[in-house]
Design a protein around this ligand. Structure first.
Ligand code: NAD
Ligand code: MG
Length: 389
């Protein structure tokens, strides 16, 4: 039996992970499930999967979680220290599906135990890619990509020499506003930005898809995970979301990964890796689909996207600053304090205001240094509201 934990179990990725595990309960010994305010769901799943412990990140939710778990034998815990403890419980496979930079520390703890970390939390790699990968190497842990594009690239590289890779193309749906008139974008509402044309995901990543901040994060994630150069990474808009990524080799061949827009493809691949097992996903009928289309991303429509290359060139703490400023700008948009297009402005100006080398003593910043940069970027991003005008 494999010991598994799921961080962010109540979210979109967490629920898809639970769906796969619950289909084959005999194969898994569930250690920890973590979540936020949705304690009823957390408790239901913890009982159903017979987890050792269920943890909510909010201290004030402990009484409700305790009530919901009463008599079940599943331990209830809450708060930051409990999240930390859950991440240090020995597990063979850990799903990292918390949203935002909050997912970084639990992922690091799991890697320090030598676990295989199935990484949906792309913010970890953007914020602290070198630290995360080094922690895995130092402790015999392993990181497996769960973002659909990165799982696709990973699968395209099986049996290949990374030195034969010329380029990596990641696809983008174009998000909610890909066909909107440009003049309407500034007025786009939170509700409009929270609807994705193809994927069913958490609200934050859905809005990030509309702005293409999500794709910017994924470009950086590609560099950090596969170690390719910034100029080897390309983004193409592919409205059908069926081709998830393509790997281009130096003989000119392109290897594409094609599948329905269902995250259980990528979660299942990481769960069963290095094997490939049957998955309950739709089988595509290509004759019904008829055609796949592609277009170049328009930088005027998606000003967030070019920022990824700036982050990769600057290095150091730039990823941490970029991600934190993006998270803060997204909070401000969701709180209706800034407009849709202001998010990219806030992030760019925050990057202008903070040097990515500030406070950087060595090439791999440690967690405290990264946290300081993250905090500072959120503070500076909050102040940018006044400058927008
Ligand atoms: P979601 O909002 O649906 O779920 C987030 C989970 O994290 C919930 O369980 C929530 O309780 C928990 N959480 C939120 N804030 C927390 C905090 N501060 N501390 C501890 N736990 C916290 O998000 P999602 O769409 O499932 O995305 C999760 C991660 O996976 C994100 O990093 C996202 O970018 C990535 N991802 C998601 C998809 C997708 O299809 N949803 C695809 C690729 C990558
Ligand atoms: Mg993705």
């Amino acid at each position: 039996m494999r010991r598994v934990s799921i961080f962010g179990a109540t979210g979109s990725i967490g629920q898809n992970t639970i769906d796969l595990i619950a289909r084959d309960p005999q194969s898994y010994d569930v250690v920890a499930l973590t979540g936020g305010r949705n304690v009823a769901q957390l408790a239901r799943d913890a009982i159903r999967l017979n987890a050792d412990v269920a943890v909510t990140c909010f201290d004030d939710e402990l009484p409700s979680l305790r009530d919901a778990l009463a008599g079940s034998g599943v331990e209830a815990a809450a708060g930051e220290a409990a999240m930390h403890d859950a991440a240090t419980r020995p597990a063979d496979w850990v799903m990292s599906a918390i949203v935002g930079a909050a997912g970084l520390a639990p992922g690091l703890r799991a890697l320090e135990q030598g676990a295989t970390l199935a990484l949906a939390n792309k913010e970890s790699l953007v914020t602290a890619g070198p630290l995360l990968m080094q922690t895995a190497r130092d402790h015999g842990g392993r990181v497996l990509p769960v973002d659909s594009e990165h799982s696709a690239i990973f699968q395209g590289l099986v049996g290949e020499d990374i030195n034969a890779v010329e380029r990596i193309i990641i696809t983008a749906s174009g998000g909610a506003f890909r066909d909107w008139p440009m003049d309407d974008l500034a007025k786009a509402t939170v509700e409009q930005a929270s609807t994705h044309p193809n994927w069913n995901m958490g609200q934050r990543i859905t809005i990030d898809s509309a702005s293409m901040f999500n794709k910017a994060l994924e470009v950086i994630e590609t560099k950090e995970f596969f170690g390719v150069l910034p100029n080897q990474i390309e983004v193409v808009v592919h409205p059908e979301s069926m081709i998830h990524a393509l790997v281009g080799f130096h003989d000119g061949a392109l290897m594409a990964h094609v599948g329905a827009p269902d995250m259980r493809h990528a979660i299942g691949y990481a769960l069963h890796w290095p094997d490939r097992k049957p998955l309950p996903v739709e089988r595509l009928d290509l004759t019904k689909i008829g055609q796949f289309t592609f277009r170049a991303p328009d930088p005027d429509r998606y000003p967030a996207l070019p920022l990824a290359w700036r982050v990769m060139e600057e290095g150091g703490l730039s990823g941490a600053i970029f991600n934190a400023a993006k998270e803060r700008a997204l909070d401000l948009f969701i709180d209706r304090q800034i407009g849709f297009l202001d998010m990219a402005r806030v992030v760019e100006r925050t990057m202008d205001a903070i040097s990515p080398r500030q406070g950087l003593q060595n090439d791999i910043p440690d967690l405290d240094t990264i946290r300081d940069a993250d905090k500072e970027a959120r503070r500076v991003a909050s102040q940018m509201i006044e400058q927008l005008g």
